[in-house]
Design a protein. Structure first.
Length: 342
């Protein structure tokens, strides 16, 4: 007997490895669900769910209706929008895609560091207005102050896989790298050539701050006005992680009052932003529209891994990238007798 897979996020042409699922015995239903009610209607009898859960939240009221579900396979690294406690209570294993877009996002962060350091958007705008290197406004009004990257300090907040991928790239430009991550040991950081520091010290010393932390209840608005005030007025902040890690109103104040030099943002608190968002009109702000994760290679990985995890579960194996490992006892209690197949 087959198993039903509900792909609750779907666009025409999207390849989420349907063929692999069907070959393994899956019956795939795909539909783009815009509301929790639509997810419940489609997936209430599904044995497995595929969803980019950073886009489609799965609160308890949804999860408790997934009465046949064994696995929610999240397409993406983040899983903050899934109620893991509810999934565990229901015996549902939740997986993510931890190797997704590591190089893409760290490359993008490095690109934003370089663009901020060299003031590329401001220079490009000046050139389009007819100002060249002979222009006094360009040479004296836009370019200074500008330091070379060598010996500048990069402070990484969150030394997970993406942060660890960024560190050697920054060091390749001669930057000194420090990091704040309460879950990473000093030894681990030392092996990467990174110095472990407190958040307070990082904010005070870094010339560039790149955020790579997961969004949790504890670090919501991790950077607010108090933190911006403690930074160097020449510092730039890069955020390719999650928008709510920074208080956007406080950030606008910090930029307006020149508490910091500028920001490179791939993410915002509200996406897409309203057109009256003041950040959109500031010349020391770069916004790249949540594109850091994209490449053709990363897109293939994004949907390949969830399908692999679902196949493992229905072939009687434990999935690899489990984010609620405490579920195993409850999972086996519910499904163990038939875990070898249906």
């Amino acid at each position: 007997m087959g198993f039903k897979v509900a792909a609750t996020f779907y666009m025409p042409g999207l390849d989420f490895n349907e063929e692999k699922l069907v070959t393994a015995g899956g019956v795939v239903e795909k539909k783009h669900c815009a509301t929790p009610e639509e997810i419940i209607s489609m997936a209430h009898d599904a044995d497995a769910v595929i969803s980019p859960t950073s886009v489609q939240p799965y609160p308890r009221k949804v999860i408790e209706k997934l009465t046949q579900c064994r696995i929610i396979a999240s397409a993406g690294i983040g899983y903050e929008s899934i109620d893991l406690r509810a999934a565990t209570d229901m015996g549902i294993v939740v997986t993510n895609t931890p190797d997704y877009c590591l190089d893409e996002v760290s490359d993008h962060a490095m690109a934003l560091i370089l663009a901020c350091a060299r003031k590329l958007p401001r220079v490009q705008k000046a050139v389009s207005e007819g100002k060249w290197t002979t222009s006094h406004e360009l040479r004296k009004g836009i370019l200074p102050p500008m330091a070379h990257l060598r010996d500048q300090i990069l402070g990484i907040i969150g030394l997970g896989r993406i942060g660890r991928s960024l560190a050697p790239k920054a060091k390749g430009f001669g930057m000194r790298v420090i990091a704040y991550d309460p879950y990473a040991s000093a030894e681990t950081m030392s092996n990467l050539g990174v110095e472990k520091v407190s958040l307070e010290r990082l904010l005070q010393e870094a010339d560039f701050i790149s955020i790579h932390a997961a969004l949790t209840e504890e670090n919501y608005h991790l950077l607010g006005l108090e933190q911006f005030r403690s930074m160097k007025p020449t510092a730039y902040v890069i955020n390719t992680a999650r928008g709510p890690l920074m208080d956007e109103q406080a950030l606008t104040t910090a930029l307006t009052e020149k508490l910091i030099a500028g920001v490179g943002l791939d993410v915002l608190e509200t996406e897409p932003p309203k057109l009256d968002n003041p950040l959109l009109s500031m010349d020391n702000v770069i916004i790249t529209g949540h594109t850091a994760q994209y490449s053709e290679c990363s897109e293939a990985e994004l949907w390949r891994t969830p399908a692999d995890e679902i196949v493992r579960v229905f072939q009687g194996q434990w999935p690899v990238n489990v984010v609620n490992p405490e579920v195993k006892e409850r999972f086996l209690e519910r499904w163990g007798a038939e875990q070898a197949g249906r």
